[in-house]
Design a protein around this ligand. Structure first.
Ligand SMILES: Nc1ncnc2c1ncn2[C@@H]1O[C@H](COP(=O)(O)OP(=O)(O)OP(=O)(O)O)[C@@H](O)[C@H]1O
Ligand SMILES: Nc1nc2c(ncn2[C@@H]2O[C@H](COP(=O)(O)O)[C@@H](O)[C@H]2O)c(=O)[nH]1
Length: 429
């Protein structure tokens, strides 16, 4: 431990917003609770105009916005204007882990929490990024699971607040690096989408990952739950749609199909490029979403050939084939004329169509080494303090003098998905 940095328990760190109203923390609060070496740190922080972290000498913390808090072990509090966000709390594993004190009403609120929340964590530190987001860094964690954002006033949170008519906040996991744009593949049933996708996945196994959709249709022979689809029933899926679990969903050939946010994120988390096999309605929804995908529409060489392929596949009853063929007419019209798709490919000769698809995706060779995550995974210490300089968060460990830098310069995205484009590296020993 460096002599200039007394033992820090980041779990007790209290981040106070520089954006707070005048009623929020004053300089005397800073000095009183500053975990660093006296005025030096306070001056630095004041110069940087950043949110300092505070350490209470006991579990009672007072803010000049009038709030007196008894923080539980492993809780932090962050003040944004009139609101104080208390995050943490491991004593009750079922707890949402977040409570908000609203100074203007004098009440505590348990908000509706959206997004995938982090697995229970003990120590963490928080730093306020801006009035929209609190950055949370887990202590004693792996660097690829250490960064979390707590969104309190992003566009997504504002939209959901209107919908739920309650206080809403959202988690978003921070992801190092940036996987390439996802690919949406659409086209009528039987045209060969699945065949082309399988070819891509086989030739480039570490580059592409398939977004496993949910569906209420019954599994076909050889289809595996969780691999080809997540098979579910209508009432469960409708509930999950209401809860905001899906990026898109549509009624297709009499069943519900949908892409969960999670289905896309697990692929990107693995550093792979996501492929979505979805119908035209779904493609339209994805186009309107924040997922910046490439949209490819696959056409048959003729309607007769489409019917032949669908029958030859032998997976549908005659009635279902008729329904799929009826829907194919509308899909072909929409797909070719809507301007929704970036590329339209005719799947006549399979190999030729596959070559054209690869060209669109920039795969001129057959190398599987093109897309490798250039990210080293390392351990974050038990104890650290946080400071912010422009777009960089400095994670200062008092133990080994190592400094970890989190660069937010290329940060993008956020709830309901992940926050991507982060860069994290170590300097010093
Ligand atoms: N270019 C092609 N020439 C001949 N047959 C093809 C061609 N492409 C695919 N097929 C065959 O057509 C059938 C339908 O293909 P596939 O299952 O990939 O269609 P799909 O578009 O994924 O259908 P769905 O939307 O119903 O899942 C399969 O039996 C496949 O082997
Ligand atoms: N909008 C969505 N469409 C989807 C999704 N998953 C699949 N599909 C489309 O459904 C039809 C039929 O598929 P099948 O497996 O029953 O033959 C096909 O056009 C798929 O592209 C989804 O998540 N959302």
């Amino acid at each position: 431990m460096s002599p200039s940095q007394p033992s820090l328990s980041p779990s007790l760190a209290v981040a106070v917003s520089p954006l707070s109203t005048p009623a929020a923390a004053s300089t005397s609060d800073y000095i009183k609770f500053c975990p660093f070496s006296g005025l030096k740190s306070v001056e630095n922080l004041a110069l940087m105009g950043e949110a300092p972290a505070f350490l209470a000498d006991d579990l009672h913390t007072s803010f000049s916005n009038g709030l007196h808090l008894k923080l539980d072990e492993f809780e932090t509090a962050t003040v944004i204007g009139n609101k104080t966000y208390v995050i943490g709390g491991i004593n009750d594993p079922t707890s949402t882990g977040v409570r908000i004190f609203n100074k203007s009403t004098g009440n505590w609120v348990i908000p509706t929490i959206l997004g995938t929340k982090p697995k229970a964590f003990k120590g963490h530190s928080t730093i306020l990024l801006n009035k929209e987001r609190i950055l949370i860094i887990k202590t004693n964690s792996k660097s690829n699971d250490s960064i979390w954002f707590f969104e309190v006033d992003t566009q997504f949170v504002q939209d959901q607040t209107k919908k739920f008519e309650t206080e809403v906040v959202a988690w978003s996991k921070g992801v190092i690096g940036d996987a390439e744009r996802p690919i949406v593949i659409s086209g009528p049933s039987g045209v060969g989408k699945g065949t082309l996708i399988n070819m891509l996945m086989k030739e480039f196994p570490s580059m592409f990952g398939f977004s496993v959709s949910h569906t209420t249709r019954a599994p076909r022979e050889k289809e595996e739950n969780g691999v080809h689809y997540h098979f579910t029933n209508r009432s469960v899926m409708e509930e999950e749609i209401k809860a905001g679990k899906f990026l898109e969903f549509a009624a297709v050939h009499g069943n519900l199909y949908g892409t969960s946010v999670e289905a896309v994120e697990v692929v990107a988390d693995a550093g792979k490029r996501c492929i979505l096999d979805i119908d035209v309605q779904g493609a339209r929804s994805v186009r309107a979403s924040s997922l910046e995908a490439i949209f490819v529409f696959i056409c048959p060489p003729s309607f007769e050939e489409l019917e032949k392929r669908l029958r030859a596949r032998g997976t549908e009853t005659e009635e279902q084939i008729q329904k799929r063929l009826r829907n194919a007419k509308a899909e072909l019209e929409q797909g070719k004329s809507s301007g929704l798709f970036d590329h339209i490919l005719v799947n006549d000769d399979l190999e030729a169509c596959y070559d054209r698809l690869k060209k669109i995706l920039g795969l001129d060779g057959s190398s599987d080494a093109t897309l490798k995550m250039q990210t080293e995974v390392f351990d974050l210490p038990m104890d650290f303090s946080l400071s912010k300089i422009n777009e960089k968060i400095l994670i200062n460990s008092g133990i080994d003098e190592r400094r970890i830098v989190l660069d937010l310069f290329s940060m993008k995205g956020g709830a309901p998905g992940r926050t991507r484009g982060l860069c994290m590296y170590t300097t010093g020993n």
